[in-house]
Design a protein around this ligand. Structure first.
Ligand SMILES: C[S@@+](CC[C@H](N)C(=O)[O-])C[C@H]1O[C@@H](n2cnc3c(N)ncnc32)[C@H](O)[C@@H]1O
Length: 228
């Protein structure tokens, strides 16, 4: 049996319990359509899409105790490393038709799949670009409430910083998944996470929460913060 309830006070996010397994769900902006292998479930007058924490680091962070979800209806989001749209499509569900998700991705293969998703999700804008050069997409992207960064690159904190100084509103938030092995395979993950957080703090960010993502994803930390 499937049990569905609201998830904390996070607008547009539901908890799904099935056979003792916990996952999340969002209200499908495009009823009848799936983005990956999620399930579609009828709930009251809505259709929910299950949100798999093994496929999405944001879902994993929420289930592991993220205290704030700074994404609400109508928000403008800049998503760095959108890949084929798994997590960004759930963000698209939450921000709804009045919101917008600018999806930056530099892999032509991934953006091909993303384009299919953006065709029927009009609040997602695909941008084929390297996030290292934020000025290159300034004709397409406006100021945003949140920057979400999941690009698994050694210099991803610097990339986030450069995008934040270009696009983040003064009270805007940041979220980033840091994969230890993408930064340095020779150092212990805890040391890498500490260095990345110090770098962000020295460059004008306040980090309000850090969450490990086990058992969903190994050797990752998820951070939430804002510009000072
Ligand atoms: C871990 S995957 C992202 C998964 C995705 N965030 C999700 O949860 O659905 C990282 C993605 O970042 C992209 N990427 C890496 N470096 C990039 C860069 N400099 N600019 C744009 N995209 C980049 C990769 O091509 C890859 O698709």
């Amino acid at each position: 049996m499937v049990e569905i309830s609201e998830f904390k006070d996070f607008q547009g996010v539901y908890q799904v319990m099935e056979s003792g397994q916990r996952s999340l769900a969002t209200v499908n902006l495009a009823p009848g359509k799936k983005v990956y292998d999620e399930l579609l479930i009828k709930f009251k007058d809505e259709e929910l899409r299950t949100w798999n924490p093994f496929r999405s680091k944001l879902a994993a962070a929420l289930l592991n105790g993220l205290e704030e979800l700074p994404i609400k209806e109508g928000d403008q989001i800049l998503y760095l490393g959108a890949a084929s749209g798994t997590t960004s499509s759930h963000i698209s569900d939450i921000v709804g038709r009045k919101g917008r998700v600018y999806c930056v991705e530099f892999s032509p293969r991934a953006i091909r799949d993303l384009l299919t998703v953006c065709e029927y999700r009009k609040n997602m804008l695909p941008i084929l670009a390297d996030a290292r050069f934020p000025d290159r997409y300034s004709p397409l992207c406006g100021l945003v409430d949140l920057i979400y960064c999941d690009i698994a690159q050694p210099d991803q904190s610097k990339i986030l910083l450069d995008n934040a100084f270009t696009y983040l509103k003064p009270k805007g938030k940041i979220m980033m998944a840091i994969k230890a092995r993408s930064i340095d395979v020779t150092k212990p993950p805890a040391e890498i996470f500490k260095n990345e957080i110090e770098f962000l703090e020295e460059n004008g960010f306040i980090i309000t929460q850090k969450i490990r993502l086990e058992p969903y994803t190994a050797d990752h930390i998820f951070i939430l913060g804002s510009l000072k």
